[in-house]
Write a protein that binds this ligand. Structure first.
Ligand code: DQA
Length: 148
């Protein structure tokens, strides 16, 4: 059971970036929390971050070989990227969209997600805990789909 966590632009700045919106937890700290829960659930996780849309596209394309589920915080690309949406459709690996903030309580341009229609589901608004919830959801997807 292998889950790939992909993080998009500016998420390397978590902890110092708009802490009123995103909290004070850094991405490595979030990774630590997810790894701890993953150990309890018997799941393997890998965390990556990129500010480059094309790099995220490549990682999605390659994920099919090694991972069962992708958890994707596409950050600003959520609202703009046809390329990420097409990559998710192309690999047909279950993908869970996540956000730290509640994007629907923010500016109107954040209300539209181009990737939501091709994702299995969406978790938004729980801060760093969105990542732990996504891990739980990912494990549930894998276990549910294993059943005959
Ligand atoms: C975000 C929400 C996006 O609208 C924003 O561009 C981000 C972070 C979140 O996790 O809340 O960079 O994906």
């Amino acid at each position: 059971m292998k889950i790939l966590f992909l993080n998009g632009p500016n998420l390397n700045l978590l902890g110092q970036r708009e802490p009123g919106v995103y909290g004070r937890t850094t991405l490595p700290e979030i990774e630590g929390r997810v790894r701890q829960r993953a150990r309890e659930l018997g799941a393997e996780v890998e965390f990556r971050q990129s500010n480059l849309e094309g790099e995220l596209v490549t990682w999605i394309q390659q994920a099919k070989q090694d991972f069962n589920v992708i958890v994707l915080n596409a950050a600003a690309y959520t609202h703009t990227s046809v390329a990420l949406r097409d990559a998710i459709s192309a690999v047909s690996l279950p993908t869970i969209e996540i956000h730290l903030s509640n994007v629907y309580s923010r500016e109107e341009f954040r209300h539209k997600s181009l990737i939501a229609p091709v994702c299995r589901g969406q978790i938004s608004g729980f801060g760093a805990y969105s990542y732990v919830l996504a891990l739980e959801a990912a494990v549930n997807v894998i276990e549910t789909e294993k059943q005959p």
